[in-house]
Design a protein around this ligand. Structure first.
Ligand code: SAH
Length: 192
């Protein structure tokens, strides 16, 4: 799978991300993104996931309430020649989900305490067979996302990801732990 290395991103100290390489890899699998898909990335941050979706989807809407995040995401897309096919929207996700065309993947990388509203609104505009993926470093977010998805009648998949990377030195290789992440995902049932 073609995943951009972490060190190829332009960072901004005021913006979180990028989502680490190995986690981006799992998110791409869980989202089942493909070339015909429209993706909405709420809380695009540094653009780590936006960039991966841009490589694989037809159209991406990257949303963030922080203007610095949109600037950083744009720089990263441009650096990798992936800015075509990505619309950058400065807004709170809750304000714009209703106005977007129906989408195949709803990615939530940041919710600002509005997970319930975001998922319920997003679900309405999610195509049948569409997927929702939520990533979080917090403990509370995955449980809230799981509850909302269950209420929406979705079958939920929850994965805890704990990764350590080898730091290679003359003495040997030391495994350095990264922050655990939880990925919650679910698929909207196909209409009969
Ligand atoms: N997935 C990103 C990192 C996301 S960090 C990457 O790989 O680079 C989370 C982001 O969510 C932050 O930039 C924050 O501003 C944004 N955010 C949080 N709540 C939001 C909301 N309700 N609407 C839009 N953006 C939001």
């Amino acid at each position: 799978m073609d995943i951009t290395p972490d060190n190829e991103f332009i960072n901004n100290s005021n913006v979180p991300g990028p989502t680490k390489e190995e986690v981006r890899c799992l998110v791409m699998c869980k989202s089942q993104v493909s070339k015909a898909d429209v993706v909405v990335d709420v809380g695009c941050g540094t653009g780590g996931l936006t960039l991966e979706f841009a490589k694989r989807a037809k159209k991406v809407y990257a949303i963030d309430k922080n203007p610095e995040a949109l600037k950083t995401t744009f720089k990263n897309l441009q650096k990798h020649g992936l800015d075509d096919g990505v619309d950058l929207i400065e807004a709170d996700g809750t304000e714009v989900l209703d106005n977007l065309p129906p989408f195949d993947v709803l990615m939530v990388g940041g919710s600002g305490g509005k997970m319930d509203y975001l998922l319920k609104r997003g679900y309405k505009n999610l195509k049948s067979g569409g997927r929702i993926v939520v990533t979080s470093i917090l403990l509370e977010t995955p449980s809230e996302a799981t509850m909302v998805m269950k209420d929406l009648g979705m079958e939920v998949d929850v994965v805890g990801v704990s990764i350590s990377k080898g730091k290679i030195s003359a003495r040997g290789t030391m495994m350095v732990a990264r922050n655990p992440i939880t990925i919650v995902s679910a698929k909207k049932a196909l209409e009969n």
